[in-house]
Design a protein around this ligand. Structure first.
Ligand SMILES: Nc1ncnc2c1ncn2[C@@H]1O[C@H](COP(=O)(O)OP(=O)(O)OP(=O)(O)O)[C@@H](O)[C@H]1O
Ligand SMILES: [Mg+2]
Length: 261
């Protein structure tokens, strides 16, 4: 059964979508079967894989609202990358917040939707929106581990306390085994300040920080323009190698989750 990761940070533009795409492709390349769930109404992940979000008749929104009527297996599509599958999103998902709140068990709908389909994959990555509402809570309730991308800048640390508090709440209220891992992204090796934040994060989260650090590079923007994950677009680049290293760490992390089941 798949190990489920939510890629979560309420701060925008920290590399959540890029991490889902690149980590997913790095694992797919090794033969693992990967499901990417685009859980952001802005549909950045769906677009990055070369799709027009409004072209889908069914999206993750439909499964989230009623997974008996719209099972996730009917929503999932292939991608250009072998072993990599996508549950697409579009703007419909923006309405889910209002529709689910107040319903009984509103925070478990994604978990229900993932249900049996987890048996068909090795890893699931959920690309969260940059907010801490209904969608992010649904993702945290069904995740084994939350990956939190953090830019190595001072202000990036500020939202982490709030996010950590939510993770503690989710553990208390319904997902006691939820783990969290910190991923340092968009690192600028040239500034002293960035290097200080790298060390600071290691001090605050010694057991939770991934060793791999993703550096800042324009290659990501180039890959997005080409509609391909960087792993394919610039396979031998430093950025691709970094995500392959991260994939190795995630495989180790997943083994811990599996050993506890
Ligand atoms: N390591 C990096 N170096 C340089 N640019 C990057 C890096 N990682 C991601 N980017 C670029 O930064 C922008 C934001 O990244 P991304 O969309 O992954 O963030 P996000 O957290 O998903 O944003 P949002 O919160 O809006 O969904 C994108 O244009 C992406 O190509
Ligand atoms: Mg995003």
């Amino acid at each position: 059964m798949a190990v489920v990761y939510s890629v979560t940070n309420q701060k925008g533009g920290v590399g959540k979508t890029t991490t889902c795409l690149c980590l997913g492709s790095a694992l797919a390349e090794q033969g693992y079967r990967i499901l990417l769930v685009d859980f952001d109404p802005q549909a950045g992940l769906t677009v990055s894989l070369g799709n027009e979000p409004e072209s889908f008749s069914k999206t993750i929104y439909d499964s989230l609202i009623d997974c008996e009527q719209n099972p996730l297996k009917d929503v999932i599509v292939d991608t250009k990358v072998k072993n990599l599958f996508l549950a697409p999103s579009n703007l419909d998902l923006a309405g889910a917040e209002g529709e689910l709140i107040g319903e009984i068990g509103w925070d478990r709908n994604l978990k229900d939707a993932l249900g049996e389909i987890k048996n068909n994959f090795d890893f699931v990555f959920i690309d969260c929106p940059p907010s801490l509402g209904v969608l992010t809570t649904n993702a945290l309730i069904c995740a084994d581990t939350a990956i939190i991308p953090v830019q190595t800048e001072y202000l990036a640390l500020r939202g982490l306390k709030q996010l950590s508090d939510i993770i503690v709440k989710v553990r208390k209220k319904g997902n006691p085994e939820l783990r969290k891992r910190i991923l340092r992204t968009m690192h600028n090796t040239r500034t002293l300040h960035s290097r200080e934040v790298v060390e600071e994060l290691e001090k605050i989260f010694p057991d939770e920080v991934f060793k791999t650090i993703i550096k800042r590079t324009v290659k990501f923007a180039d890959a997005t323009l080409a509609g391909m994950p960087i792993i394919q677009y610039a396979s031998t680049s430093e950025a691709s190698e970094a995500y392959r290293n991260l994939a190795r760490e995630v495989i180790e992390d997943a083994a811990k989750t599996i050993s506890k089941r």
